[in-house]
Design a protein around this ligand. Structure first.
Ligand SMILES: *[C@@H]1O[C@H](CO)[C@@H](O)[C@H](O)[C@H]1NC(C)=O
Ligand SMILES: *[C@@H]1O[C@H](CO)[C@@H](O)[C@H](O)[C@H]1NC(C)=O
Ligand SMILES: *[C@@H]1O[C@H](CO)[C@@H](O)[C@H](O)[C@H]1NC(C)=O
Ligand SMILES: *[C@@H]1O[C@H](CO)[C@@H](O)[C@H](O)[C@H]1NC(C)=O
Ligand SMILES: *[C@@H]1O[C@H](CO)[C@@H](O)[C@H](O)[C@H]1NC(C)=O
Ligand SMILES: *[C@@H]1O[C@H](CO)[C@@H](O)[C@H](O)[C@H]1NC(C)=O
Ligand SMILES: *[C@@H]1O[C@H](CO)[C@@H](O)[C@H](O)[C@H]1NC(C)=O
Ligand SMILES: *[C@@H]1O[C@H](CO)[C@@H](O)[C@H](O)[C@H]1NC(C)=O
Ligand SMILES: *[C@@H]1O[C@H](CO)[C@@H](O)[C@H](O)[C@H]1NC(C)=O
Ligand SMILES: *[C@@H]1O[C@H](CO)[C@@H](O)[C@H](O)[C@H]1NC(C)=O
Ligand SMILES: *[C@@H]1O[C@H](CO)[C@@H](O)[C@H](O)[C@H]1NC(C)=O
Length: 605
């Protein structure tokens, strides 16, 4: 039957406001019995709309296939391991990890990760396969992990748990390959001559601006604070032992995990990089109403505890940084038909979050063990969190000196307002966190002071109308992180400012279906990731947004029929040039796509 006919039929057959109305909460769905595309079609490629990597236009100096594995019924099994050693006799300065995967059958979306020696390199999730088969590719620049990638005989592990039985037949076939590039000399060469993009037109005012009086760069401190441009000398994982994956599973606010680490005494810079994903009852944490609403209405859902969550990074029991993660929606989320074949922002390459810890070297360089902790404020089951500690070492000395200047530990500031009558109501949360830290480090490069400012603001509103059958979720997150390194005389050595905004809006309207455990849901989603970065001399901007709308007819956890449209616009301008891509996907296939290496702003001005 044509889906729109079905919709009309459903609308006329459904008795209004039946008592079997499902709880108006998002859940994790599969398209088990529904396929929008015809069964004669060849396997379809699924994509996350992003830019080509700058290295894609280069020929790798070496290619190293490291793993080829089929993940089938891997639930409760330890990760799959292999031994990693870098290619012999190969000159390289950049590395890309390429994950190529395929599956056919029926399966839920699954979370997966790749670790090297317990340090996470990639957090990814899978699309939901179809009987005709699907495939996808993820390429990530992993140059920041060079210090590990240069070592031999390390354990490379991949975790991807799934259940395979008569109903869920999809086995995930995964290949992992490292591509090594020799990008000679300094980063400038790589940025501007090896990458075949048109040069930026002269009438554009942003993208590349030379600072007026850049001071000479001291020997041990390159000017970029970007991890991929200036990789650390040592990476220490803050992760679990590995039998259930190297991520820590956090099920409540009191599940804080700690790892004692004694860092080398010649460390002159430290950054912690946090990887995080959200699952189970917290998969859609930003849409969870307070417990009081669930209890007073006697709802069966466990997706509650309000919509405030924050990943906290602690050092010896003090919060030194926090992350409100970008709400990545997995391919079974909100309406699985939205993500066919264009997946949600970040679904194939979940962002990691960096927090500068250099101001704390005054505490860390005392030759003692210090405790690095990770926790999730207000968490319910469950979150998968781990981190990598990136350290830069001064080769010329055994010990550098460091001291604190200002530690302004933040306190949590969250305000909540809640108002409801039976199933209708409004819940608001507003929060703010500001931190300011500074400290000096006297290495052979000089006595430099690192200043760190970070500001986080978030707002979340959830509204229920029409006896709880209409839900409207609005969230805004705004983060600014600024790091500045200055010499004793106050001259700027390096600086980086990253501003990120990620607004999200989801509206759903649920109508009960005629069959047992069936319902019809009309779904809308708008979200984006907007980023502005100033790294020393370079400015860059990213604007990545998706708008989706559609409907689905659901029985239990299966989508039986539906239709959906997703429009995505990706627009980046940075030191590699410009790239824009617009994609329109409708009912399971791409209807229109445009790509350009021209600078949009220059073209329109
Ligand atoms: C997608 O499906 C809906 C509902 O069946 C239909 O109205 C719409 O025309 C379809 N779009 C395309 C491009 O096929
Ligand atoms: C390493 O590479 C160089 C240049 O390609 C070549 O001359 C040399 O024989 C190689 N050495 C080994 C051990 O493969
Ligand atoms: C994995 O690699 C093998 C061997 O090269 C190839 O036959 C297979 O098609 C690849 N699978 C995927 C999913 O890329
Ligand atoms: C799907 O996988 C099964 C099992 O590997 C295989 O028998 C079947 O031919 C595959 N179908 C397609 C369309 O690739
Ligand atoms: C790695 O392991 C192999 C086999 O056990 C061994 O021959 C080789 O020397 C090791 N390499 C290093 C760098 O430890
Ligand atoms: C670095 O780049 C600059 C500008 O392109 C060039 O003049 C210089 O020779 C390069 N240095 C090295 C070591 O390649
Ligand atoms: C892979 O390595 C981890 C960490 O050592 C271990 O816990 C796990 O059991 C290993 N996996 C397998 C399949 O042996
Ligand atoms: C700073 O460190 C350098 C190198 O370790 C050392 O020679 C110098 O004495 C230190 N400066 C001061 C003022 O302690
Ligand atoms: C480094 O500079 C800071 C602040 O400018 C100062 O307090 C500290 O004593 C200096 N350290 C050394 C070793 O000179
Ligand atoms: C509202 O929904 C509840 C639960 O589905 C139902 O029991 C109740 O009768 C509904 N109220 C109205 C006024 O329709
Ligand atoms: C495809 O998108 C471009 C740019 O958004 C637009 O100009 C064009 O009309 C679209 N084509 C179709 C067939 O929708």
């Amino acid at each position: 039957m044509h889906p729109s006919l079905l919709l009309l039929l459903l609308l006329t057959l459904i008795p209004p406001l039946s008592a079997s109305s499902p709880p108006p909460h998002h859940s994790h769905l599969t398209k088990n019995r529904l396929h929008l595309r015809k069964s004669t079609t060849p396997p379809q490629e699924y994509i996350e709309v992003t830019r080509p990597l700058p290295s894609d236009s280069l020929t790798p100096s070496c290619t190293l296939p490291v793993l080829s594995h089929s993940f089938g019924n891997t639930i409760n099994l330890p990760p799959t391991n292999t031994t990693y050693s870098p290619p012999r006799n190969c000159t390289w300065s950049r590395v890309v990890l390429h994950l190529s995967a395929a599956s056919n059958g029926s399966q839920y979306d699954r979370i997966a990760a790749v670790w090297l020696s317990g340090a996470e390199l990639l957090r990814t999730s899978t699309p939901e396969p179809t009987p005709e088969g699907i495939f996808w590719n993820v390429r990530k620049d992993v140059t920041r992990y060079s210090s590990l990638l240069r070592q031999s005989n390390l354990t490379l592990s991949v975790m991807l748990e799934n259940i395979v039985n008569d109903v869920y037949t999809g086995v995930y076939r995964v290949n992992l390959t490292f591509l090594y590039y020799d990008v000679a000399g300094n980063g400038t060469t790589y940025k501007h001559s090896n990458f075949a993009l048109p040069l930026i037109s002269p009438n554009r005012k942003s993208t590349i601006r030379k600072l007026k009086d850049s001071p000479p760069v001291p020997p041990t401190l390159k000017s970029s604070l970007e991890l991929d441009e200036n990789p650390a000398d040592l990476i220490i994982p803050i992760s679990a032992i590995g039998d259930e994956g190297f991520w820590f599973r956090i099920e409540s606010e009191s599940d804080a995990v700690y790892q004692g680490i004694q860092i080398p005494l010649n460390t002159y810079r430290a950054v912690i990089e946090v990887y995080v994903s959200f699952h189970g009852n917290d998969e859609f944490w930003y849409s969870n109403p307070p417990d009081s609403y669930i209890e007073m209405n006697g709802l069966p859902t466990k997706r509650g505890h309000g919509a405030y969550r924050e990943v906290l990074v602690k050092l010896d029991d003090n919060v030194v940084g926090s992350v409100v993660p970008f709400p990545v929606i997995f391919t079974g989320g909100i309406n699985p038909l939205f993500w066919e074949p264009v997946v949600s922002i970040g679904a194939f390459d979940l962002p990691s979050y960096e927090i500068e810890l250099t101001p704390f070297l005054g505490l860390l360089l005392d030759g003692r063990v210090h405790y690095f902790g990770l926790g999730v404020a207000d968490a319910i089951s469950f979150w998968l969190v781990d981190a990598n500690l990136h350290l830069w070492l001064d080769d010329n000395v055994d010990k550098v000196q460091a001291g604190p200047i200002k530690y302004n530990y933040p306190s949590r500031c969250v305000e909540r307002e809640s108002e409801f009558q039976q199933l209708d109501g409004k819940f608001e949360i507003e929060g703010k966190r500001e931190t300011e830290f500074s400290g000096w480090v006297n290495s052979t490069a000089g006595n430099f002071t690192t200043y760190l400012w970070s500001r986080l603001k978030f707002e979340n509103t959830i509204k229920f109308n029409k006896n709880g059958t209409e839900k409207d979720v609005k969230q805004k997150v705004k983060v600014t992180n600024e790091v500045k390194v200055e010499s004793a005389s106050g001259a700027s050595i390096s600086s980086i400012t990253v501003k990120r905004k990620y607004p999200l809006r989801i509206t759903t309207s649920t109508l009960p279906g005629s069959g047992k455990d069936t319902y019809l849901m009309i779904t809308k989603l708008e979200h984006s990731l907007e980023e502005e970065k100033q790294d020393g001399n370079f400015e860059s901007t990213l604007d990545n947004s998706q708008k989706s709308s559609g409907w689905m007819f659901v029985q239990d956890h299966d989508v039986l029929s539906g239709a959906a449209t997703t429009y995505q616009s990706y627009d980046v301008e940075d030191s590699f040039g410009c790239f824009t891509r617009q994609v329109l996907a409708e009912n399971g296939s791409i209807k229109n796509e445009t790509k350009s290496f021209l600078c949009a702003r220059a073209a329109t001005s």
